[in-house]
Design a protein around this ligand. Structure first.
Ligand code: ADP
Ligand code: MG
Length: 235
């Protein structure tokens, strides 16, 4: 069964009397374990698409089925629960809590979702921080970390609850090329080891090399959808 199925999805933003069509009929299926890149120029609809998939917004028309559930018929509480339990987010600007350490940012995310004993919790958080390459930096606050390190904390925070899906909206846009590649290697590794489905957006051709599936969006429509062997590192 597809993890995600979008049918005839449209999104029109209203600004006063002006209507801005951001998505103009998206049909898309994503299978569990896929590592997909959504690319296209600025304004083509990438963020809008990820927000609809991530229950952060709702379509004007069409349906989004996530893990067998039609998001259009769920109330706010049920949507918030899916977002919290089943979806991890990674943003361009990291969105870490500045007063919390790397460790605490990750711990905070898992405390919202699952109950662990103090020992289990600590083992899990330390394990995931190690997996993303942050051993020794657990006690630093975001302003004491580089951009790449901050994005690793954000990835750890998304991963720690073992979501079905991770959505990453231009996760490498603020990083230099070498750091982008390191951050992507972490995501590829987690995709392979934990079988978590990833969808990330970018307009960086280097980033696209990592994907198994390339979806191009032009003016709110899918203009290209192809699967191929990734050429990025680790493959
Ligand atoms: P991308 O992420 O590919 O740059 P977006 O999904 O952010 O594209 O935007 C798609 C289109 O929708 C653009 O024309 C943008 O101006 C418009 N848009 C996005 N968000 C809003 C909003 N909250 N209100 C009005 N228009 C919006
Ligand atoms: Mg965007």
């Amino acid at each position: 069964m597809a993890l995600l199925k979008l049918s005839r999805v449209q999104k029109i933003y209203k600004q006063g009397s002006i209507e801005v069509p951001a998505l103009r009929g998206i049909d898309l299926e994503i299978q569990p374990g896929e590592f997909t890149t959504v690319f296209g120029p600025s304004g083509s609809g990438k963020t809008t698409l990820l927000n609809l998939i991530g229950c952060l917004d709702q379509p004007t028309d069409g349906t989004v089925i996530f893990d067998g559930r039609d998001l259009g018929v769920l109330d706010k509480k049920a949507l918030a629960e899916i977002r919290r339990e089943s979806i991890g987010f990674v943003f361009q600007s990291y969105n870490l809590i500045p007063v919390l350490t790397a460790y605490e940012n990750v711990e905070f995310a898992i405390r919202l979702v699952k109950r662990y004993s103090d020992n289990e919790l600590r083992t899990r958080v330390m394990g995931i921080l190690e997996a993303v390459g942050l051993s020794g930096l657990e006690h630093r606050r975001p302003n004491e970390l580089s951009g790449g390190q901050k994005q690793r904390v954000a990835i750890a925070r998304a991963l720690v609850k073992e979501p079905k899906l991770i959505l990453a909206d231009e996760p490498t846009a603020n990083l230099d090329t070498a750091t982008s590649e390191e951050v992507l290697d972490v995501m590829v590794k987690m995709n392979q080891e934990l079988d978590i489905t990833f969808i990330f957006s970018t307009h960086d051709p280097k980033v696209m090399e990592y994907a198994h599936r390339l979806l191009e969006i032009t003016d709110g429509r899918i203009s290209q959808d192809k699967r191929r062997e990734p050429s990025g590192a680790l493959h």
